[in-house]
Design a protein around this ligand. Structure first.
Ligand SMILES: N[C@@H](CCC(=O)N[C@@H](CS)C(=O)NCC(=O)O)C(=O)O
Length: 216
């Protein structure tokens, strides 16, 4: 059955692979699945046809036959549960990998997104310069804890899993700041994920679309 995902017609990240279709593409590549991409303008994302698929007017979505999903974490979990390579067979190890997926989106991502939003929307406010260090220290608190847990391991819990895929996708959002550089083991962890051939294929595919959109 054909898989179709949605992505930005022209990503505001300028092809850096930070939009959340990237984690879905990466999972599809790890699972060896072909997929089509439907590109959406910001306007189309807020129109009823897309809202019927994604109630918050965002990308990505995932369609496979009559199954339509939204939320990148849920989509990656669906892919991982139905195809090999992203979740361990052992039930307890599988549960732990899924726990890391939730940790990525519900514990690590919120402070990272709060900082991004503050930079995007509050930059001109008089208090912005005072608030930013507070937001960055909240991120550091989480990075400290994650760095401590990862230690010298390659991945968070044994072999590479969807938990690492989601965690690395979230940490990549920090690459334009110096925050990740403060944690050499986390920087290496992200680089290890980015070196995977499946990541490279996913990254190149989204970059090619951005380049084509910029040329057109
Ligand atoms: N929690 C959602 C977040 C989706 C999200 O924030 N998508 C962004 C692109 S990365 C978007 O569509 N932004 C445009 C908007 O919210 O209007 C997920 O992981 O899928």
């Amino acid at each position: 059955m054909t898989i179709t995902i949605t992505a930005f017609e022209k990503s505001p990240d300028r092809g850096r692979g930070l939009a959340r279709d990237m984690s879905v593409r990466w999972a599809l590549e790890e699972a060896g699945l072909d997929y089509d991409v439907r590109l959406l303008s910001f306007g189309a994302m807020k129109e009823p046809p897309h809202l019927a698929h994604q109630p918050f007017g965002q990308i990505p979505t995932y369609a496979e036959g009559d199954l339509v999903l939204f939320e990148s974490g849920a989509i990656v979990l669906h892919i991982a549960e139905h195809h090999g390579g992203l979740l361990p067979d052992d039930a307890k190890a599988r549960a732990r990998a899924i726990t890391w997926m939730f940790a990525a989106v519900s514990t690590m991502e919120p402070p990272i997104v709060h900082r991004e939003s503050a930079i995007l929307t509050e930059r001109d406010e008089s208090w912005h310069e005072h608030r930013l260090p507070t937001l960055e220290n909240r991120i550091r608190d989480r990075l400290d804890q994650l760095s401590h847990r990862l230690g010298g391991a390659d991945w968070l819990d044994g072999a590479f899993s969807a938990g690492d895929l989601m965690m690395i996708s979230v940490l990549r959002r920090l690459k334009s700041s110096a925050l990740l550089d403060e944690y050499p083991n986390l920087s290496l962890y992200v680089a290890r994920g980015e070196a995977r051939p499946a990541f490279q294929r996913a990254f190149d595919a989204q970059l090619a679309l951005f380049t084509a959109a910029s040329a057109g």
